[in-house]
Write a protein that binds this ligand. Structure first.
Ligand SMILES: *Cc1c(COP(=O)(O)O)cnc(C)c1O
Length: 438
């Protein structure tokens, strides 16, 4: 499998270059040159498989030129080492819980797979690898955790000052060792811009290897297709809804949704996708009007989705050859306010005894809105992307009760933070990076 740039389909690179460079020098994003179509037999194997077994079948063709099946198996056994259960909310809806990994958010899937893949890909290389990442909260903790203490790799994590939760900050800043957190006085979009600048910076890249671990890295995206297969067949086991299963994806940079679209193109019979956002709704707006217009992001309660210029939109355009009708035939978008998000958290707790986090609440809102007019015909799976305790201030405020924090999260609360404060000034940050890179 080769990977092309969304800006130049003639440019083809192998997996190692696509993953280690993060993004092509023309500023596009890497995409697989074709999307493997799974056979009936492979789909039956997936239906009966464990999560790591599903992962091997789904990911094999994407990596087979660079890794043996045994190496892939080793990676996915270690990356998918937590369950992804489907929980029914009512007779025609369920949530797929993606938050059972070490940092309690779905980004653990991509981060764990990518770190292990990168470490395999550089096994025989002499020089080290630097990773730079912008985060609005969850990416940072997942990446920090995924790469922690991996030899030969140093990680720089940029997060917007004052815009991530206390717990998210603790998770990113208390590890130490090869993880260097930078607190930037700016927005998430500013952090993302710095990352793009650094990756395209000739001076920084001339002496050292620098790459990213944002959802723009294809190594983060591909493993996320795996849980769509798992969720689909689990939904099928609960109900007789073949041909009728839809997925709703709470979205920010749209990597998660993109992975679902790939799963469908691989042969998974998902009937429709719903893109759910908070008021940062440039994609729902595009799906409604046909016009894509990036804007400055606005802060909301579902802050991991506060993105004004979603990077993976380019991949969605690529998947549908830029054809608006083709895109809207498969994806419907909805956006919701913080007030609606809070109401949904309390309604779902009352009616279904299920506690959502703010991102999952946006997802369920969208799923219910879509299904309201289509009663009795569909089965909806909404992705629950984070554990409610990751957003404890918001959730406790809404339900008026204490939310218990899983041990793996509370463990880091008493540790010391190591972040370095920096202005939103690329020249200064570049100087710092230049000094610290390995
Ligand atoms: C990152 C994140 C999202 C958004 O995912 P994208 O792939 O960027 O669309 C949603 N919910 C949570 C909890 C997240 O951390």
């Amino acid at each position: 499998m080769k990977y092309y740039s969304t800006k130049d389909k003639g440019l083809r690179v192998g997996l190692k270059e696509a993953v280690l460079s993060g993004m092509p020098s023309d500023g596009g994003l890497y995409m697989p040159e074709y999307i493997p179509l799974l056979s009936g037999e492979e789909l039956r194997r997936i239906e009966k498989g464990t999560l790591p077994e599903i992962a091997v079948t789904v990911l094999q063709d994407y990596v087979s030129e660079d890794l043996s099946v045994n190496e892939l198996e080793e990676i996915v056994l270690s990356a998918f080492n937590f369950p992804i259960p489907l929980k029914e909310i009512d007779e025609n809806k369920a949530v797929l819980e993606l938050f059972h990994g070490p940092t309690l958010a779905f980004k653990d899937v991509g981060a764990r797979f990518m770190s292990r893949l990168m470490s395999k890909l550089i096994t025989n290389d002499k020089s080290g690898l630097n990773i730079i990442v912008a985060t609005s909260g969850d990416t940072g903790s997942a990446v920090a955790n995924g790469f922690y203490d991996i030899e030969g790799i140093r990680v720089f994590i940029l997060f917007p000052s004052g815009k991530v939760s206390t717990l998210q900050k603790k998770q990113m800043t208390t590890l130490g060792k090869n993880i260097i957190p930078l607190e930037i006085s700016g927005t998430f979009d500013d952090c993302q811009k710095i990352v793009k600048n650094a990756l395209n910076d000739k001076i920084l890249n001339s002496q050292h290897r620098l790459t990213t671990a944002n959802s723009i890295n294809i190594a983060r995206l591909l493993p996320q297709s795996v849980y769509y297969f798992k969720g689909y067949y689990d939904a099928l086991k609960l109900n007789d809804y073949d041909e009728q299963i839809i997925f709703c994806v709470p979205s920010g940079n749209f990597g998660n949704l993109c992975a679902g679209l790939l799963a469908k193109k691989m042969g998974l019979n998902i009937r429709h996708f719903i893109a759910a956002t908070n008021v940062n709704d440039v994609v729902p707006e595009y799906l409604r009007s046909g016009t894509f217009k990036a804007r400055k992001s606005v802060q909301t309660l579902s802050n991991a989705m506060d993105v004004g210029n979603p990077s993976n939109f380019e991949r969605i355009v690529d998947l549908y050859d830029g054809l608006y009708e083709k895109t809207t035939a498969e994806i419907t978008g909805f956006a919701f306010s913080d007030t609606e998000t809070k109401t949904q958290i309390s309604t779902t707790l009352r009616q279904s005894e299920y506690l959502l986090d703010p991102h999952g609440a946006v997802g369920l809102l969208a799923l219910e809105k879509y299904m309201k007019d289509r009663k009795g015909t569909l089965y909806g799976v909404s992705l629950e992307t984070a554990h409610p305790s990751k957003f404890i201030e918001t959730v406790e405020g809404v339900i008026g009760n204490a939310v218990s924090i899983p041990q793996r999260l509370s463990d880091c609360l008493n540790k010391e933070e190591h972040q370095i404060l920096m202005e939103n000034d690329y020249e200064k940050i570049r100087e710092f990076l230049y000094e610290k890179m390995i």
